[in-house]
Design a protein around this ligand. Structure first.
Ligand code: HEC
Length: 131
């Protein structure tokens, strides 16, 4: 009888640990496609960009934390390559308010006027970069 009670306690403890582990794993497991920024990214950026292929603009996976102008195989403007920018939330927000203002001579012109749209797109790029 005592042994059975111990077994039940042990199982209950294991169950609680499994629940705790699940709760902790949740945010990392959410794929970027489910973020609000995913649809905005497709609509606003998808004409020229994708996460994994260089198109009119460079591939974006890993862009968060990466040096500007460093996606393999993409032909950047000399201006962006020489900018010395390391992409983060703050300078991506500036970039999306006016690429030409941040880096005079860049090949990108698109502006995203809404602050909350920019924030959602930047969050999507961050998640897609595993950051
Ligand atoms: C009309 C085409 C076009 C659209 C739309 C566009 N871009 Fe770009 N983007 C470019 C081009 C071209 C470059 C390369 C700029 C250069 O070399 O100077 C670029 C570069 C970038 C870079 C720099 C990447 C790096 O590797 O340094 C970021 C970040 C970026 N775009 C984000 C976005 C986001 C986010 C959107 C959507 C809100 C967007 N772009 C929409 C054409 C576009």
């Amino acid at each position: 009888m005592i042994a059975v009670r111990h077994l039940i306690l042990a199982l209950a403890a294991a169950g609680a640990m499994a629940l705790a582990a699940d709760a902790k794993a949740e945010p990392a497991a959410a794929p970027p496609a489910t973020l609000p920024g995913a649809a905005l990214y497709q609509a606003r950026c998808g004409t020229c960009h994708s996460l994994d292929a260089n198109r009119i603009g460079p591939a974006h996976r890993g862009v968060f934390g990466r040096k500007a102008g460093s996606a393999t195989g993409y032909s950047y403007s000399p201006a962006l390559k020489a900018s010395g920018i390391i992409w983060n939330a703050a300078n991506l927000d500036q970039w999306l308010q006016g690429p030409q203002k941040l880096v005079r001579g860049t090949k990108m012109y698109l502006v995203v006027p809404g602050a909350s749209d920019r924030a959602a797109i930047i969050e999507y790029l961050r998640a897609a970069s595993g950051k």
